[in-house]
Design a protein. Structure first.
Length: 569
């Protein structure tokens, strides 16, 4: 019987590593020599043998050769550059072999992205789509995403004897069954228990929305109430997370009578719902509150797509001579001009619109498709981070209210969704006077004179600040623009007590966002106090917080406790 060969010693391993490295170095040197200008008379092929392509190839081979030389002779290598990518912060990535893997990956990724910039013959939109797709591919191919190239996973697998991989497989199979990536543990959050806890009552229910009135906590409240329109792409409780983060609770504590619209998640009964129906619902909610509280006007807030719709609602009321119904309008990261609408535009072309239609045979789009789209916009953080942490390392999920909300999907009416993507994102019709009509009335945003507060997020990847700014160029009434630190969610949900981020204001005349920023004043912390001062400046009159100011005490009977039923379905 043949004897089992002895295990290689450390010296043997180091020798063979050197042999493999030297072999690759020799091939690189040979390749570098081959990448010279093509022989005279040979045709130049764009993207293959043209001078610019050859120069980029030589750069890549030269940098690869330098990388291997550093690996083979560490004593001559310069001090390593600081690692800024948090995926590679663990000390295990400083070990020679894995440091080589990391640097090779970064080198290849960098050259792939540089190659995109060098591609000719594409228009700006095509170039941006290619850049986005390449970046997504580079993120997906990170060595952190694979068990055999991630030293932390290897170490964990040895330590647990593979239990981490079994637990990770269980996590992955559960996600496959759910049809979406899990971000928080099951049971960590529950509406009414530790989310959406602000006391109130549902005072109206229609086939499209529930209207919630919140219980006052101050003896007096502003005479003009507030109606909030959240996006129906997500659940309304993004503005009523845990009590310390809740915008609704905070607004009530400032002495404001707050009403919240809670949209119904679409089902087959909503197959014929279109944008007109959402505009009509906003008008209906405004009229309902005006009648119930016997007030001439209301303050309004529109978040994201509901802000876009609020702009259309204001244009409709202006065309009807009913603009006085709205005392003010606040826009949270809302777009009306979609020419610079950010990374979501990568998902808007004829082929993808056809695909969306095919995914909606029953008249509504499953919210998990939209959730996946939004996750892809931040794939490194919202997809691949969880592949590494929860599939490969088998770690437990961390409770985080914002990510719980992010995964609480809603379905969308297919007819509305397709027309929204086509008419606004693709064709940008809302900014063209008369190009879009609601209930037979052509809309013209330049006729809106309602006092408006426009908030944008400096790092917003869904509604970029440059895009949100365009609203200031359309409305004709008094307007205040505020640029908040952070992005689409954290830039909005930023309670003053947290002391996080900052915001910029500039009361001087300015015609572009760049001009605004150049002369802006930075204020540390939340912009919420600035907003409430702006609201009070419009009308500071107060009334006693009793009678119709109490949910269910007036003409609107209480139908149940907040947060209602639609938010749970």
């Amino acid at each position: 019987m043949a004897e089992t060969p002895p295990a290689p010693s450390l010296t043997d391993l180091q020798h063979w590593t050197w042999v493999m490295g030297r072999a690759q170095q020799m091939m690189m040197e040979q390749g570098l020599g081959a990448m010279q200008a093509p022989p005279e008379g040979m045709p130049i092929i764009p993207g293959l043998t043209d001078p610019a392509t050859l120069a980029r190839a030589r750069d890549f081979w030269t940098e690869s050769l330098t990388l291997w030389q550093r690996f083979l002779d560490p004593a001559k290598a310069p001090d390593p550059a600081p690692v800024t990518d948090k995926r590679f912060k663990a000390p295990q990535w400083r070990e020679p072999v894995f440091d080589l893997i990391r640097q090779s990956y970064e080198l290849i990724g960098d050259h792939m992205l540089r190659s995109v910039e060098a591609v000719d013959g594409l228009d700006a939109k095509q170039k941006e789509q290619l850049r986005f797709a390449t970046k997504g591919f580079v993120d997906a191919m990170s060595p952190t995403n694979f068990a055999l190239t991630n030293p932390q996973v290897i170490e964990k697998t040895i330590e647990t004897r593979g239990e981490n991989l079994l637990k990770g497989l269980q996590n992955m199979m559960a996600d496959l069954a759910r049809g979406q990536v899990t971000h928080t543990p099951d049971g960590a959050f529950e509406l009414g228990r530790n989310l959406a806890m602000t006391p109130g009552k549902v005072v109206k229910r229609t086939p499209l929305y529930e209207l919630i009135q919140y219980t006052p906590t101050t003896p007096k409240v502003l005479a003009t109430p507030l109606v909030i329109f959240p996006p129906w792409i997500n659940r309304f409780y993004i503005l009523d997370l845990t009590p310390e983060k809740s915008f609704i609770r905070w607004a009530v504590e400032q002495g404001i009578t707050v009403f919240m619209v809670s949209w119904k998640s679409a089902d087959a009964s909503m197959k014929d719902v279109v944008w007109d129906d959402y505009v009509a619902a906003q008008v209906d909610a405004i009229d309902t509150v005006r009648a119930a509280l016997k007030v001439p006007a209301v303050h309004t807030i529109g978040y994201c797509v509901a802000g876009t719709t609020l702009a259309a609602t204001l244009a409709l009321l202006a065309a009807r001579g009913e603009a006085a119904k709205v005392a003010s309008a606040t826009f949270f990261t809302a777009q009306v001009d979609f020419a610079q609408a950010g990374e979501l535009q990568h998902f808007i072309d004829d082929e993808q619109l056809k695909m969306v239609a095919s995914l909606s045979p029953e008249g509504f789009l499953d919210g998990r498709y939209m959730a996946t789209t939004f996750n892809l916009l931040r794939g490194r953080d919202l997809i691949w981070n969880y592949v590494t942490q929860n599939y490969l390392l088998g770690q437990d999920y961390v409770p985080f209210d914002l990510l719980h909300w992010n995964g609480d999907t809603t379905n969308l009416p297919a007819k509305w969704h397709l027309s929204y993507l086509t008419d606004l994102y693709r064709d940008n019709l809302l900014v063209k006077p008369g190009a879009i009509s609601v209930a037979g009335t052509p809309l013209d945003l330049t006729k809106v004179t309602t006092p408006s507060y426009v908030q944008a997020g400096r790092e917003d990847h869904i509604a970029p600040a440059e895009s949100v700014w365009k609203l200031t160029e359309l409305f004709a009434g008094p307007l205040k623009f505020v640029l908040a630190g952070s992005g689409h969610i954290a830039g909005v949900v930023n309670p003053p007590a947290a002391g996080k981020y900052q915001y910029w204001t500039n009361p001087s005349p300015h015609t572009t966002l760049a001009d605004f920023v150049a002369g802006a004043t930075e204020t540390k912390g939340s912009w919420w106090p600035d907003w409430v001062e702006w609201v009070r400046a419009i009308d500071a009159k107060t009334v006693s917080a009793k009678g119709v100011r109490l949910p269910g005490a007036g003409s609107l009977a209480a139908l149940g406790d907040a947060p209602g039923t639609y938010v749970k379905s």
